[in-house]
Design a protein around this ligand. Structure first.
Ligand code: ADP
Ligand code: ZN
Length: 217
């Protein structure tokens, strides 16, 4: 499959993307994960991106496009991809459209995950993440806690609250989403690619996406 996942922070893009990778050989591409890994490694990309991410601001479009232009041409993308957290702005979406047409790649559709605002806020403030960059399992202090010692159930690393999960950064991320990313819903509607799902359960959403894919084949 070749799809884009749209949705506010906390809408469950990461969870849905992971579940979808079990459906066929498509790879999950999360710009957030790529950037966090770069920050951890302290490489040049990480140094440039880290300051924006801490505040909950978007990383400049030019930097994101450099990463994605390269990433989408790697071999593992040949079997399909699930874009999680990209594109995030109209310029990114326009550049992606041009890039895909240059590469001769056609998207199946764009998934818009619709989740009520109060659910989003609750999820973001209770979310915790495994600190191990190659694991990054997501936990929730209420519904899916780590071990009583605060360790990851998968890899045993400490489970932490991300810098961008402080209350201030969360509000900034939501405001940035409304201003910069929500307009992509209209953009893809206009392109005839949009398919919205009310997404309270990731499993139901994944089934809905699979049905929609099957109906198009
Ligand atoms: P969220 O949970 O807010 O959806 P992500 O893990 O997708 O978070 O991204 C974390 C941070 O990385 C964002 O707040 C932003 O600073 C940066 N980022 C990720 N993807 C993009 C993108 N496509 N364009 C600009 N910045 C991005
Ligand atoms: Zn872990």
């Amino acid at each position: 499959m070749r799809i884009i996942l749209l949705g506010a922070p906390g809408a469950g893009k990461g969870t849905v993307a992971k579940l979808l990778t079990e459906y066929d050989e498509s790879v999950q591409i999360s710009t957030g994960d790529i950037l966090r890994k770069a920050v951890k490694e302290g490489n040049e990309l990480g140094k440039k991106a880290g300051q924006y991410m801490e505040r909950g601001d978007l990383v400049p479009d030019s930097l994101i496009m450099q990463i994605m232009e390269h990433r989408l041409q790697e071999e593992d993308c040949g079997k399909g991809f699930i874009l999680d957290g990209f594109p995030r702005t109209i310029p990114q979406a326009e550049e992606l459209r041009d890039l895909l047409s240059r590469l001769g790649i056609k998207l199946d559709f764009v998934v818009n995950l619709e989740v009520p605002k109060d659910v989003i806020l609750d999820r973001l403030t209770t979310r915790r993440t495994c600190a191990n960059p190659s694991c990054q399992e997501i936990y929730n202090v209420k519904s899916n806690p780590p071990t009583p010692e605060g360790k990851c159930r998968k890899c045993g690393s400490p489970v932490i609250q991300r810098d961008d999960e402080t209350e201030e950064a969360i509000f900034n991320r939501l405001e940035t989403y409304n201003r910069k990313t929500a307009p992509l819903i209209n953009f893809y509607e206009h392109e005839g690619l949009l398919k919205s799902f009310e997404s309270l359960s990731s499993n139901d959403t994944v089934r809905g996406i699979q049905r929609h894919l099957a109906s198009k084949r």
